[in-house]
Design a protein around this ligand. Structure first.
Ligand code: FRU
Length: 740
């Protein structure tokens, strides 16, 4: 695969895995976006109602998380709580400040940090808020004042019990109430007692006032909230037999709520002080999400009297039922969401594991890819190195051969043998150093490629030459017609000429300058042996050798590869191509002659093709001596011999059959068949045809009653007398004697 293409693919896989991871990560992310802090100044049933409305309101925005804090009417605690909420990193603050001025600093700090602030229900004196939401407490006080006046028919004595001093509803309700009352001169506010919105405080201060004013009749007590009114009522109940009317504010539903108290006549009237947590949340989300919103929102409200208390309770019961239903729905939905989240986590883990496994596999794959690439590069480098050294060695060894060889030849000439001592010494120095140089180059090249030296040592060579000294013919002798033919294949003309100088006195020589030409000569002339170079243009020696060995005409011809390629690997390649011997340059002349001589003499001649006993099976035509190097060659020759035998036995009874005809039947030329048969059997085809006929005749003599003449004609002899002569030559006896 193309490397850049592979890299692009790997990059895509990595990006894919990263995207998968980020998707999984985003799936598993917490979806909460807005953290809203709610700082309540108090903790009571009014705040409880509002908090639960806030919670339900948040259900409709699944990206809202609420964090509640209640200060229990304590300024310092509320300041602290606001600061901590801000520190937890809230996105918006909803605050009901305990008093107008005391909490402002904390609210300002939050606002200054860029946190939107919604002030609700109670006010501050700071302008640092984002929005305000609440009922109009002045109006509420005013309406209550008017109600009280009308309830008392414009005449009576009343006590006002205030809410927490400094808290805005207390101030505003008071102002509104007093304003309304001031319209009725016959209504007298006997006392304005300072409470703090709680029932126990109201109880205590009213009890104290009653103790201090035992005879004072009171017609109505206005508590600024329902709890204050009930505290006052408790004090009155304990102190007086006749109770005044009690009015409060808040008008909550449920047990102890103002509406219930009015319905049960414990309070005369109340005023619904709206909680509206849902609206508050909506306002918060609008601010957070940048939607337009009202900076000041006034919440509408209503008076609760005995006339409408039941209806209001029914309505609020219905509302509560709805709220509970919503709450239940929410619980169920949360259950499902939890399940979903668990499943998502599991899916995430599974996918993450798969992704990790993929990454691991990718890592392993890339590791092996890298390793394979490095191995390839190394192999390539080694191959290039080998080629380089082979080339270099070829370049060096060829001229060395052409120096060493001729020097060796020169040494044998009378000129050198009879030379003066000085000249002889000089000649010896040249020879010794040439040899030394050869050895140095061998060592250097072998060390460079890290291959063991695979040439024979000089001692080994000497040992061979000493044992099997070939018959060296005198220079200038011309080989006779019977001398074996040797084909020299080499592209280097000097090497060819050097080889010629070594071989020409002993063998008839053929030459070719490359493998292709060599193959043509080998097929046409069927030489007895081939000496070939390996590195040649057009067709190299290895391929040439392979082709020689796989052609039925030439398969039997021994091939000596003569080459500069000296490494073990080269030797192996040479023998794999079917070579019978592998000699490296520079070579010794004696070694080459011994190898040629041995190979020519160790051909596996099949002399007994038609002996007295007919040769039938494959085993019988197998070479007697050691097997040839290539089994392929043996198979080709087995097949050739079997075919030759068949052709001869088919045609031998015909006295007119010619060698040409037999060759044609074999698919060869006369020369090709002659050389092949001679090389394999040591006999000419004519000799073998005669042997085959005589062998059959011998069978017929012993196995039939046919006369000698009849037998002679039957086995293809034209004359019985010639048959008798040949028979005697072959078997040493005349046919008549074998008949006995
Ligand atoms: C609740 C409460 C109410 C009262 C309001 C005034 O905490 O005390 O009873 O109407 O606050 O802010």
């Amino acid at each position: 695969m193309n490397k850049t293409l592979l890299n692009v693919k790997l990059q895509r896989i990595c990006i894919g895995i990263i995207v998968l991871f980020s998707l999984l990560a985003s799936c598993s992310q917490d979806t909460t976006k807005y953290r809203i802090g709610v700082s309540q100044c108090s903790d009571d049933i009014w705040r409880d109602k509002q908090n639960s409305e806030l919670k339900i309101g948040a259900y409709f925005h699944d990206n809202v998380e609420l964090r509640f804090a209640a200060a229990y009417d304590n300024d310092e605690r509320q300041i602290q709580q606001i600061d901590s909420l801000v520190a937890t990193g809230i996105d918006l603050l909803i605050v009901a400040p305990n008093q107008v001025s005391t909490i402002s600093s904390a609210i300002d700090r939050a606002y200054d940090r860029g946190i939107p602030v919604i002030v609700f229900e109670r006010k501050t004196n700071s302008k640092k808020y984002t929005a305000y939401m609440g009922a109009d407490n002045y109006e509420m006080g005013h309406l209550m004042g008017e109600y009280v006046a009308s309830r008392l028919d414009g005449r009576g004595r009343i006590i006002e019990v205030m809410g927490l001093k400094g808290s805005s509803p207390a101030i505003e309700r008071h102002n509104g109430f007093r304003k309304a009352i001031s319209q009725h001169p016959n209504i007298q506010v006997v006392a304005t007692l300072q409470g703090d919105w709680t029932e126990p405080t109201a109880y205590n201060i009213v009890k104290q006032w009653l103790d201090n004013n035992p005879g004072d009749d009171i017609d109505l007590v206005f508590g600024m909230n329902d709890r204050t009114a009930m505290g006052a009522r408790k004090a009155f109940t304990e102190a007086r037999a006749a109770l005044p009317l009690f009015c409060g504010i808040d008008g909550l539903p449920g047990e102890n709520g103002g509406i219930t108290l009015v319905r049960d006549s414990l309070l005369d009237a109340s005023y619904i002080y709206p909680t509206h947590g849902d609206k508050l949340i909506q306002l918060a989300v609008d601010i957070l999400e940048g939607r337009p919103y009202e900076k000041e929102t006034k919440l509408m409200s209503a008076l609760v009297t005995r006339d409408n208390a039941r209806v209001l309770l029914m309505e609020s019961d219905e509302m509560m039922r709805q709220s509970q239903y919503i709450e239940k729905l929410h619980q169920t939905a949360s259950g499902y969401l939890n399940q979903l989240a668990n499943q998502r986590t599991l899916t995430f883990l599974a996918l993450a594991t798969i992704a990790l496994l993929l990454l691991l596999l990718l890592g392993i794959y890339m590791y092996y890819l890298q390793k394979a690439r490095i191995d390839d590069e190394r192999t390539q480098m080694e191959r290039e190195q080998l080629d380089f050294y082979t080339q270099v060695s070829h370049e060096l060894r060829t001229p060395l051969t052409l120096i060493e060889g001729p020097l060796a030849q020169l040494a044998e000439t009378p000129d050198i043998k009879n030379a003066s001592a000085g000249a002889s010494d000089l000649f010896a120095i040249v020879r010794r150093n040439t040899h030394h140089l050869t050895q140095l180059i061998n060592k250097m090249l072998d060390a460079q490629v890290g291959a063991p030296k695979s040439d024979m040592t000089d001692e080994q060579i000497d040992a061979i030459t000493a044992k099997q000294e070939p018959e060296v013919q005198a220079e200038g002798t011309v080989p006779d017609e019977e001398a074996p033919t040797v084909l020299i294949v080499d592209d280097n003309a000097d090497i060819r000429s050097y080889l010629r100088s070594i071989l020409q006195s002993r063998y008839r020589l053929l030459e070719a300058e490359d493998g292709k030409h060599g193959l043509e000569v080998a097929r046409e002339q069927v030489p007895d042996l081939i000496v070939s170079d390996v590195m040649m243009p057009v067709m190299n020696g290895l391929e040439f050798c392979q082709q020689v060995k796989s052609d039925v005409i030439s398969s039997h011809i021994p091939v000596i590869l003569l080459t500069a390629r000296a490494l073990n690997q080269h030797h192996i390649e040479g023998y794999q191509s079917g070579a019978d011997a592998y000699i490296t340059k520079p070579f010794s002349q004696e070694l080459l002659l011994v190898r040629i001589d041995n190979l020519l003499h160790s051909r596996h001649l099949l002399r007994d093709l038609w002996s007295s006993r007919p040769v039938e099976g494959k085993d019988n035509i197998k070479p007697e001596e050691s097997a040839p190097t290539v089994s392929n060659e043996v198979q080709i020759e087995d097949a050739f011999i079997a075919k030759f035998k068949k052709v001869v036995e088919e045609r031998m009874d015909d006295s007119n059959v010619s060698v040409e005809e037999l060759a044609t039947m074999m698919g060869l030329s006369r020369v090709q068949m002659y050389r092949k048969v001679k090389a394999l059997t040591g006999n000419t085809p004519v000799d073998l045809l005669r042997k085959a006929r005589l062998s059959r005749a011998k069978e017929l003599l012993t196995g039939t009653q046919l006369t000698v003449s009849e037998i002679a004609y039957q086995v293809g002899f034209a004359s019985p007398s010639y048959f008798t002569k040949c028979y005697k030559d072959e078997y040493g006896v005349v046919p008549g004697e074998d008949r006995k």
